[in-house]
Ligand binder design. Structure first.
Ligand code: P1T
Length: 384
């Protein structure tokens, strides 16, 4: 499924896509069909028999995303949560999972409130602490699941060192690469077995699609995941796949600008008296800045910062912003801002939030690609 092109920008635009054989249409058509005519019973044209199993618009997107992550196989889903769920279906009762302590609230909920009840034991661990991570492995540990940078605290986990810990023990390493994007970080090259994306975010880039993806190198693992994808059926429709294919053509350009804008805003906030802490992997003050520099080619568009007052202070700041919009989600061209404690991470138990630093004064910026001077002016007027 990988493309012949070696350079990222060319793969972003061409991988998985060729002019439509029927008409020469340059853009992969939206194959809005549930089923396919069979020339003879049980004989298909290519792999297409029914659109839950395969659809040409989705096949093109799956090949494109596989190529962007440097993987051989891609699978797309109706949401990032559906992609995660597909991996968790590979587990059996009694299996043990190590989950990074700081993850999207919905990820925490899926592992703890859905799969825990199916007999999967989950250990939440700060995976930036190598020794702590190592000590958590048991002979039943089948999966390590991490995000890096994490949502929302932007911790950076050393992927290669986690891959080393998983090696040899039959433990799969899955990395949610949503915040980093395939432009800035490729976990498969660092030893991960599975890369997961909420393609709702930077892959889509325009806040108009909900989707998810899994990318792998190993054919046997891909076949197991594809079996679940088809059996459970949480697949995206062809229109959403078309929109995502259109988006990946510009992902490298968008992500570069997200990084530039976020760096300037992080530096600005760091010098601001109203914020007691500013977390951005590109700042030398970030505790894992060295790891980020080693495994990422840029630092992304997400910033978290703690305001000196509590929730009311954060609320009035958010309400006064004019360019930033208060909303869940991230990774779109437009700037968004939110309060994790009462929005994206409200599903995380209060004690866990406190341990992680998800306080009431924490705000999370998804820095868009508007003119950065307007973004900084907006922040200033809202604080003033
Ligand atoms: O929303 P969905 O496409 O199902 O993706 C879930 C998901 C998975 N992984 C990460 C790192 C995520 O951030 C998300 C979704 N996150 C948000 C909606 C949010 O505002 O943080």
């Amino acid at each position: 499924m990988t493309s012949d092109y070696t350079r990222f920008a060319t793969r972003a635009i061409h991988a998985g896509q060729k002019p439509d054989p029927a008409t020469g249409a340059i853009m992969t058509p939206i194959y809005q069909t549930a089923t396919y005519a069979q020339p003879s019973p049980g004989k298909f044209i290519e792999e297409f028999d029914y659109s839950r199993s395969a659809n040409p618009t989705r096949t093109a997107l799956e090949a494109n995303l596989a190529s962007l992550e440097g993987g051989r196989f891609g699978l797309c889903f109706g949401s990032g949560c559906a992609a995660m769920d597909c991996v968790l279906h590979l587990l059996s009762p009694g299996d043990h999972v190590i989950l990074c302590d700081d993850v999207y609230g919905g990820t925490n909920r899926l592992f703890h409130r859905v799969y825990n009840t199916h007999g999967i034991e989950v250990s939440l661990v700060d995976l930036t602490d190598h020794d702590k991570a190592k000590a958590t492995f048991t002979d039943r540990t089948k999966l390590v699941w991490l995000e890096t940078p994490t949502n929302p605290m932007l911790k950076v986990v050393d992927i290669a060192s986690m891959a080393e810990l998983c090696k040899g023990g039959g433990t799969m390493l899955a990395v949610d690469n949503t915040f980093a994007t395939p432009v800035l970080q490729n976990p498969l090259a660092l030893g991960a077995d599975i890369v997961c994306h909420s393609s709702t975010k930077y892959i889509g880039g325009h806040s108009d699609v909900v989707g998810g993806a899994l990318i792998t190198q190993d054919e046997a693992l891909h076949d197991r995941l594809k079996f679940v994808q088809n059996s459970v059926g949480a697949v995206p429709g062809p229109m959403d796949c078309f929109l995502l294919l259109r988006s990946t053509k510009t992902i490298h350009v968008r992500v570069d600008r997200h990084c530039e804008n976020a760096m300037q805003i992080a530096q600005h906030l760091e010098n601001h008296a109203r914020f007691t802490s500013v977390v951005y992997p590109g700042l030398p003050s970030h505790p894992q800045h060295a790891v980020a520099t080693k495994q990422m080619s840029g630092f992304g568009g997400m910033i978290t910062a703690t305001m000196d007052g509590g929730l009311e202070d954060a609320r009035s700041f958010l309400e006064r912003l004019k360019v930033f919009t208060i909303a869940e989600s991230l990774g779109g061209v437009e700037s968004l801002i939110e309060s994790p404690a009462i929005m994206t991470h409200a599903a995380v138990p209060t004690d866990q939030r406190a341990t992680l630093g998800i306080t009431d004064g924490l705000v999370r910026f998804s820095v868009g690609i508007e003119d950065v001077a307007d973004l900084i002016e907006d922040i200033e007027q809202a604080l003033g």
